[in-house]
Design a protein around this ligand. Structure first.
Ligand code: XUL
Ligand code: MN
Length: 346
């Protein structure tokens, strides 16, 4: 696969106005529909969605209104030559998801979550996507005794099975994250996601999406997380970005905090042939608040460019020397070679 044949994706939320928990927007709003025209010129062809990115205000709309809105977006994507990669139910914003969605202690809130999940699947199918991403944002706890964790795990698995039954063609891609907004999430790592996959009624349709920052927040190495999923043929997509230590979810530019860790993610993906079955390289990167302009897209362009440079670095990594140094167990020499290779010095 040539480096130019990698397909890239991002979600409309990655072009943002810069608000954070401490301050309001710092850039003018850029209309959602206009974002589609930016993708191709930036080198991206896949669009990632939340259900209400496709159909804003969906909770207040009838099924036929939802279908009509989704149809309109399908047309817009088609006109721009874009592919919808996945749709994710936004199960963390509504009043009904205050205590979680599938694991809420309130039966009517759990019913809301299931209803919203079915609508999300319908929206995905209406725009021609068969992938549903589950970022289980509020499935976890702040107060450990507040939920029966064993029951919560059963409820998550029951929902996955119900989704597989609801639509026999969809795939479910679980995006693990260890914390934020919860203190402790129930599905913090790809190991948890893969276990849920194999416990489900059709594991071939339950896979994972690994975000670099989320793995780092769990204190894990993203490249090893990816390797684990790849070893079990469970890596459906990635959210490449970066994270500077254990703090809030930063969604920094790919390679921006740790270039070597970024290199190893690219190396692992390359070695496994990720992308050769049409998988997208997704970038979940956030524009920094200080960036001026509207729309802001440099963070996307730069992260993609960095990825492609690292593909070159992974390919020019001397595999014969690598094997020799592994055989000799001269890992000191291997580390120096790796760092000099990344710096472009001999
Ligand atoms: C949350 C996160 C989300 C998901 C999609 O941290 O990464 O953007 O990727 O809902
Ligand atoms: Mn993400």
């Amino acid at each position: 696969m040539s480096s130019s044949s990698y397909r890239f994706s991002f979600g409309p939320w990655n072009i943002s106005e810069g608000s954070d928990p401490f301050g309001v927007d710092v850039r003018p709003v850029f209309p959602h529909e206009s974002k589609f025209a930016l993708y191709r010129p930036l080198g991206f062809e896949g669009v990632q969605f939340h259900d209400d990115d496709v159909v804003p205000g969906m909770d207040d709309l009838s099924p036929s209104q939802i279908a009509a809105n989704a149809e309109e977006v399908r047309g817009m994507l088609h006109n721009q030559g874009l592919t919808p990669e996945f749709v994710a139910p936004r199960l963390w914003f509504a009043q009904e998801t205050t205590d979680g969605a599938y694991t809420s202690n309130c039966a009517s809130d759990r019913a809301y979550a299931w209803d919203r999940t079915k609508k999300c699947i319908d929206i995905a199918r209406a725009i021609n996507s068969k992938a549903i991403v589950l970022w289980l944002a509020r499935e976890g706890s702040y107060i450990r005794e507040s939920k029966d964790a064993r029951l919560a795990y059963q409820r998550i698995l029951d929902t996955i099975n119900a989704m597989l039954d609801y639509d026999k063609e969809i795939e479910i891609w679980i995006e693990p994250k260890p914390n934020e907004p919860t203190d402790q999430a129930y599905v913090p790592t790809i190991g948890h996601a893969v276990a849920l996959s194999f416990a489900s009624k059709d594991h071939s349709r339950v896979k994972g999406l690994i975000e670099s920052a989320h793995a780092l927040l769990a204190g894990l190495d993203p490249s090893d997380e990816m390797a684990f999923a790849l070893a079990h043929d469970k890596l459906a997509s990635v959210h490449l970005n970066d994270q500077n230590g254990l703090k809030y979810d930063q969604d920094k530019n790919f390679g921006g905090a740790n270039l070597r860790a970024a290199f190893n993610q690219v190396r692992v993906l390359e070695e496994a042939g990720f992308g050769s079955r049409g998988e997208f390289v997704g970038l979940d990167v956030k524009a920094i608040r200080t960036q001026r302009g509207c729309p802001v897209t440099d963070h996307l362009r730069n992260s993609r460019e960095l990825f492609l440079h690292l593909v070159d670095k992974a390919r020019s990594f001397d595999k014969t020397l690598l094997q020799k140094l592994r055989d000799e167990r001269d890992y000191e020499a291997l580390e120096l070679y790796t760092l000099k290779h990344l710096m472009g010095v001999r």
